[in-house]
Design a protein around this ligand. Sequence first.
Ligand SMILES: [Zn+2]
Length: 210
Amino acid sequence: MVKSLIAGFTDFKKDFFGNDKSFYENLAKRGQKPKTIIISCSDSRVDPAILFGARPGDLFVVRNVANLVPPYQPDENYHGISAAIEFGVRDLGVREIVVLGHAFCGGIKALCSHTFGDDKSDREFITSWIKIAMPIMNKFNIKSSEEYDVHQVEKDSIVNSMKNLRTFPWLRSLEVSNELIIHGWWFDMEHGALWAYNEDSNTFSKLVDN
Ligand SMILES: [Zn+2]
C-alpha cells in the first residue's frame, strides 16, 4: 500500500510541480485562501477534494466520524473540530461552509445501534463522540435499530450539525449579517447523486441528479 502512496505522490508532483512551478510557489508564499469549509466524514469513500474536483488550496476540510459538529463549548477540553472551524472562519476568513453527510455512514449506524444499546462495549471514544447527534434520535418512536431509515438519520444529523454551527456566536453573527452561508449536503454514494437541505421546506432535494 505504501508503494501506491509513493507512486501517487510522484503523479501529484508531476501535476502540480512539473510544468507550472508557480502554482505551489504562490500557495506557499501567499498562504492558503480557501473558499469553502467542508465538514465531512472520515469515511474513505467520501473524499471532498475528489467529489468536488477541487485543487490544492480550494477547500479547508474538517473530517471526523459521521461529519459531526459539536455545539459551542469554550472550556479547557480538546475541541479539535471547533478549533478547525474557528481557524477557518476567523483566521482564514472562509465564508461558506458545507456539512457533507453521506449514505452508509458507519458513525450514524453506530448512533442508531447505541440508541438501542447494541453498541460495541469496548469502544472508548466513538460512542461519546456520536452522542453529539443524539438529540435527533428523540423524534423517532421506533423500538428497534433495524427499523430506522438510516438515510433519514444521516440527513437529520446534517441538520443537527448545521444547528450546532449556529451556536458559535461569531459564526452566527456573520450568518445573520448575510456574510456567511451554511449548506447541508448528502452524498448518495449508491446512486451517485448529491442532495441539498432546503431550510424553508425542511427537506432534502437533489442538487445533482444520479
Ligand atoms: Zn460516515
